[in-house]
Each structure stands twice: as structure tokens, then as C-alpha cells.
Design a protein around this ligand. Structure first.
Ligand code: ATP
Ligand code: MG
Length: 330
């Protein structure tokens, strides 16, 4: 990345802004700074990606005051209006890493992109969790081998993460030392939707100290699906899901990392032909995802991935296999 043109970028992306105290923001005196720190908002990034209502409810500082502080934090990180030329420049700092499947990489326009949210949905055993494991390994590959030389964070809502599986997958990549690879995947189990939100709210300070380029949430919907049953609670559920997704998106943007989330399917009622399944989560999820990928089973251990929604890529398909060594080209 060029350092002169992109000085703005550096501020957002690297840890350099960690040296700027939150006290330097207008509206933040020592008392407010202390309250913010206690609540876990100790960096500009943590403030910039938060919402007024979230901080206000924890710190009992008024929403209007918090709103101004957040605006000041975003300002000092240069998050705000920009020209298309600046945006293009910023998009150049997006990075891509391989999924381990040439076909999936090609479908995504060259690999898994940072600053984006990829949602993968499909029926059980279609490979959503397997791809999540695979990406935790490939993101660690050196750049010349298609990786980002970075770490991964795995948020497991279903209890299906298996370090043993990572060890099988890594055998295909002699550039990675298995033991170090395992140490560079940070794992956390979430137990309900509030816990999941809390984990995500705490991430800014954690991300400040780690070189994470991939966050997995497997799955984004399972807690919500089991906790909110019945139509009456749907609006509440969607509001919470929306908050969670936007926080994740803002983290992806502020820390230049990829977000991979999995989603489940439900039968589409009243559909008499075509594929009878559709993703759960409604418009909230559809709007938050940059890329949506639909997985379905094919013959033997083959799977078909279809890019169903993307801002600028055509709707294409990729075929892959799941075997001992992970995700492979057929
Ligand atoms: P769910 O909705 O139940 O979470 P999923 O889409 O996450 O399903 P995965 O767990 O990713 O599904 O995929 C399971 C598939 O991966 C199974 O068909 C299984 O056979 C295959 N698989 C898992 N581990 C291995 C392995 N070590 N060798 C070969 N295939 C494997
Ligand atoms: Mg799974």
C-alpha cells in the first residue's frame, strides 16, 4: 500500500491511531473518558463503530453527548463523506485471500475480500462449516501463496468447530506449521444472541491487538431462531439481528477484514418449482451481506456454490469437493 496517498487509510487500518487518546476528542473530559474506558470503549475505533444507544445504555451518558463523541471519533479516523476517487483509492486497500478452491475464488472475483461480509447459506451438511474451517487456514498463508499472513477469529454459535479438522486441512499447506496455525485461530463459543452481541461489541479492543483478517460467525441465525419463536417476536428479532450485522460490517470496514457468516434455510411456502429453500433472516440479512452464496449438494461429495447476490459480479456457480484435506477443486 502506498503510504503517501493513503495516509487516511493507515489511520483506519493500522494500530497507529491507538496512540491518540480518546481524551483528545472534543466533548470527552477525564470523567467521561473514564466511564468510556470502563465500558470497554478505549480506542477511537471502538467508538467509531459503536452506536449512541449502545454506549449510552452501558455508561448512562446521554445519547446526544455520545452521538457527538462518536461523530468526533469517526471524523478523526476520516470515516465520512468522500469522493468516488477517494473511495476507489480506499477500495485498493481491500485485500483478497484464497478459499483453497480455484472455482470459488473465481466466482468471488479472485478470492475472499476484506471489508466485505460474505453470507453462505444452504441445507445441513452442504459445507458451510467446512468452508469456515478452510478459510481459517488459508487466511494464514503467506501472501505469495494467496493468503494474508494473518490470524482468524472463530465465533461458534453451534458448537461444531473442530481444531482436529484444521490439522487435517493444513496438511495440504507445507508453508504453515500446524502448531503455529492452531495458535493463530482464536476461538470463542457464543451461548445466546445477547452473548453473541456482547462478544461483537467487545471486539474493537481485541482487534486492536491482533492481526485478524477473518471473522467467522457460524451461524449468525441459530440463537435468534431458537430464542424468538412465533410471529409476534419477529420485529424484535430482526432489530437485534440488524444491530449485530451492522456492527460486524463496521468492524470489517474499520479493521480491513473479511466477515464470513453462515445462515440456515427454510422451506419457501407456495413454491411449486425451482429450489424450495430460501435463507432465513429476511431483508435484514439480505441487505447486510455483500456476497450471498447458496450451497447445495451434488453427486458424491461434490457441492455446488452459487453466487446469488453481489454488488458487481455476475451470478455464477462453482463446484467443489469436501474431502479429508478440506475444500478442493473437483
Ligand atoms: P449444518 O447446517 O448442519 O451446520 P454445514 O453446511 O455446516 O451443515 P458442514 O459441517 O460444513 O455442513 O459439512 C459437512 C460435510 O463435510 C459432511 O458431508 C461431511 O461428510 C464433510 N466432511 C467433514 N469432515 C470431513 C472429512 N474429514 N473428510 C471428508 N469429508 C468431511
Ligand atoms: Mg455447520
Amino acid at each position: 500500500m502506498s503510504t503517501t496517498k493513503n495516509s487516511k487509510e493507515k489511520k483506519i487500518e493500522t494500530k497507529s491511531s491507538a496512540s491518540i487518546n480518546i481524551e483528545n476528542l472534543s466533548g470527552v473530559g477525564p470523567a467521561i473518558a473514564e466511564k468510556l474506558r470502563e465500558a470497554g470503549y478505549s480506542s477511537l475505533e471502538a467508538l467509531a463503530v459503536a452506536s449512541p444507544n449502545e454506549i449510552s445504555s452501558i455508561t448512562s451518558i446521554g445519547e446526544a453527548t455520545i452521538g457527538k463523541i462518536i461523530a468526533a471519533a469517526r471524523d478523526s479516523l476520516d470515516i465520512g463523506f468522500e469522493s468516488a476517487a477517494e473511495l476507489l483509492e480506499r477500495r485498493k486497500s481491500m485485500e483478497k485471500f484464497t478459499s483453497g478452491s480455484e472455482q470459488i475464488d473465481a466466482m468471488l472475483g479472485g478470492g475472499v475480500e476484506t471489508r466485505t461480509l460474505i453470507e453462505v447459506y444452504g441445507e445441513f451438511r452442504t459445507g458451510k462449516t467446512q468452508i469456515a474451517h478452510q478459510l481459517c487456514v488459508t487466511v494464514q498463508l503467506p501472501r505469495e501463496k494467496g493468503g494474508l499472513g494473518a490470524e482468524a477469529l472463530y465465533i461458534d454459535a453451534e458448537g461444531t468447530f473442530r481444531p482436529e479438522r484444521l490439522l487435517e486441512i493444513v496438511e495440504k499447506y507445507p508453508d504453515l506449521d500446524p502448531k503455529t496455525m492452531l495458535e493463530r485461530v482464536v476461538y470463542i463459543r457464543s451461548f445466546n444472541s445477547d452473548h453473541l452481541q456482547l462478544i461483537v461489541d467487545k471486539l474493537p479492543n481485541f482487534l486492536q491487538e491482533h492481526n485478524i483478517k477473518l471473522i467467522v460467525v457460524d451461524s449468525i441465525i441459530s440463537h435468534f431462531r431458537s430464542e424468538y419463536i412465533g410471529r409476534g417476536t419477529l420485529a424484535d428479532r430482526q432489530q437485534k439481528l440488524n444491530r449485530l450485522l451492522h456492527k460486524l460490517l463496521r468492524l470489517g470496514e474499520a479493521y480491513n477484514l473479511a466477515i464470513y457468516i453462515t445462515n440456515q434455510v427454510m422451506a419457501a411456502p407456495g413454491l411449486f418449482f425451482g429450489d424450495p429453500t430460501q435463507p432465513v433472516g429476511g431483508h435484514v440479512l439480505a441487505h447486510a451481506s455483500t456476497y450471498r452464496i447458496y450451497l447445495r449438494k451434488s453427486k458424491a461429495n461434490k457441492r455446488i456454490a452459487r453466487l446469488v447476490d453481489s454488488p458487481c459480479l455476475p451470478e455464477t456457480e462453482a463446484v467443489f469437493l469436501i474431502n479429508e484435506q478440506g475444500i478442493q477443486d473437483p
